[in-house]
Write a protein that binds this ligand. Structure first.
Ligand code: OGA
Ligand code: MN
Length: 208
């Protein structure tokens, strides 16, 4: 990737970064092929957005189906992806004094016309998610086909196409975003670089 060294500063200053041609071509192909095979094999599950919603509503709010990567069943292609992300994790820790310690990732497939409405990735019950990472596996994607990742920034929006071999990073805690509906299937790897969950600040009672 070009300009690799600018990634930490961009992430800190602007809150999001795009890295083009992030992996070697054959690895991207292997990941796309693996995801399709797992889809065919019925391993994907409807993604959820928490409790208390009707199934119907959930699919309207979040339409992707996902297949989590399991640390004890990592494939060769996944290993190559995770190794690259590991370099990024170390770079961010070094330059931004973060303490990112783990990663998590899943394949995601949005069937045509499905979306993910505006949201934040850091939920109340998952404060460890610090940097969101989305890597796209769609060749020849055109703007007319929709499917943009729309970032909601202060007074502005930024639309990014889910293009082949493109990695998008953004701060999980404060960048609201959404996935627009597309006219074709949209395949990606979504993940997070995570911090250890913050310890509560102890309350000190003064003795009087
Ligand atoms: C998510 C998400 C964005 C994308 O899975 O939480 O926002 O572009 N994905 O797929
Ligand atoms: Mn998200």
């Amino acid at each position: 990737m070009e300009q690799w060294e600018q990634v930490p500063d961009q992430l800190a200053e602007q809150g999001w970064v795009v890295c083009e041609n992030w992996l070697e071509g054959p690895v991207v192909s292997a990941l796309a092929e693996e995801a399709r095979q797992r889809w065919e094999a019925g391993r994907f599950r409807q993604a959820s957005i928490g409790r208390g919603h009707q199934e119907q509503q959930q699919v309207r709010i979040r339409g992707d189906q996902i297949d989590w990567w399991h640390p004890d069943q990592v494939t060769v292609a996944q290993q190559a992806y995770l190794r690259r992300l590991e370099e990024l994790r170390e770079l961010l820790n070094r330059h931004l004094y973060l303490s990112l310690i783990t990663q998590e990732a899943h394949y995601a497939l949005y069937p045509p016309q499905t979306c993910y409405q505006r949201h934040l990735d850091r939920f109340q019950d998952a404060p460890e998610r610090t940097v969101s990472t989305v890597f796209y596996l769609n060749s020849d994607w055109h703007a007319e086909e929709g499917g943009q990742l729309r970032l909601h920034l202060a007074g502005d929006t930024q639309d990014l196409l889910p293009s082949w071999n493109r990695l998008v990073l953004f701060r999980s805690a404060d960048i609201e975003h959404e996935v627009l509906p597309a006219t074709r299937e949209r395949l990606s790897i979504t993940g997070w670089l995570r911090c250890r969950s913050a310890l509560p600040i102890p309350v000190v009672h003064e003795v009087v």
